[in-house]
Design a protein around this ligand. Sequence first.
Ligand code: PLP
Length: 387
Amino acid sequence: MLHTAASLSRLGTESAFEVLARAQKLAAEGKDIINLGIGQPDFRTPEHIVEAGVKALRDGHHGYTPANGIPALRQAVAGDLEGRHGVAVNPDHVVVVPGGKPTMFFAILMFGEPGAEIMYPNPGFPIYESVIKYSGAKPVPIALEEANGFAFDAEAVLAQITPATRLIIINSPANPTGGVTPKAEIDRLVAGLKDHPHVALLSDEIYSRMLYDGREHVSLLQYPEIRDRLIMLDGWSKTYAMTGWRLGYAVWPEALVDHAIRLCINDHSCVNAATQYAGIAALTGPQDAVHDMVAAFDERRRIIVSELNQVPGFRCADAAGAFYAFPNIEGTGLTSREAQDRFLAQAGVATIAGTSFGAWGEGYLRFSYASSIDNIREAIGRIRACL
Ligand code: PLP
């Protein structure tokens, strides 16, 4: 019998990958499956980005790079952030990592240990709660409510702070709800944090380019008063349809950046060089493909929200950002898990139970609309028939 660490039993997972595996198995058995479960753009990476990666390989960029990323890439990140958010960023505070996830893993491990408390959105990206538990810290949920547009309530967040609170995680636009937190609420949170100088903030802004109906992204980088305790996570996966390349970054506060780089050195050394060159092309090249993708998501979003609202027992709030719709399905009499399993088995439609994103997700189902309009219409039609 192997004697593994107790912490292993506290590690959760991301069920989207399990549902994907089940959907692929059913498809391999000849079933016609529409996958609205997985959260990745259904577009190819734009051609000029692919070419930059290929060229880097041909040019001989085959070795290690600096652990925090090649300087030209970190400069491109700083330039992009200045252009989009109007803030100055020191490229030496940018740490490039393989995707969005390593930043949250590192940030949570830096603050999490028995006795510490970390707040995280619920329903929210499942890795937050998983890694908080793994670290030994106490996960303190920030309940996100449909009635509040799935935005956090700053007063409620501030009221949960204790002397043991070390880190607060926020995510807007949000997975799985598509919720976008209004600027006034962020203003209130930042103002309230003045009274709690011991608390750090991780702002997961991976969907920062995906907002609809004229909404503008508010980056936490735009608040100079918290820059000394803010970790701002973003990346290429969603914006440039690059989930499989594994490329992301964070802007770290000065006090933490060396710890982040040391974690990189201990963990993965660096991101592979060719991907980093592709990342430069993504940020500095034409942005037409990004605009086209967001416009396509917007069209699908309107269609899926309207279709979902016509399913008996479903009620779907307006999806303000990202590429997810998160309908309330309580009227069907099914639990989230029952609905997920039934729609996959009987309708051939993969979705994700709201409870995969935390206990506050009960009664909801996540639909990714990163799929064609025909697929979306067909999938919702099948669910209606199945009910
Ligand atoms: N943060 C959020 C909120 C996400 O939804 C995801 C992916 O689904 C990530 C981070 C991780 O992105 P990556 O695939 O780049 O690790």
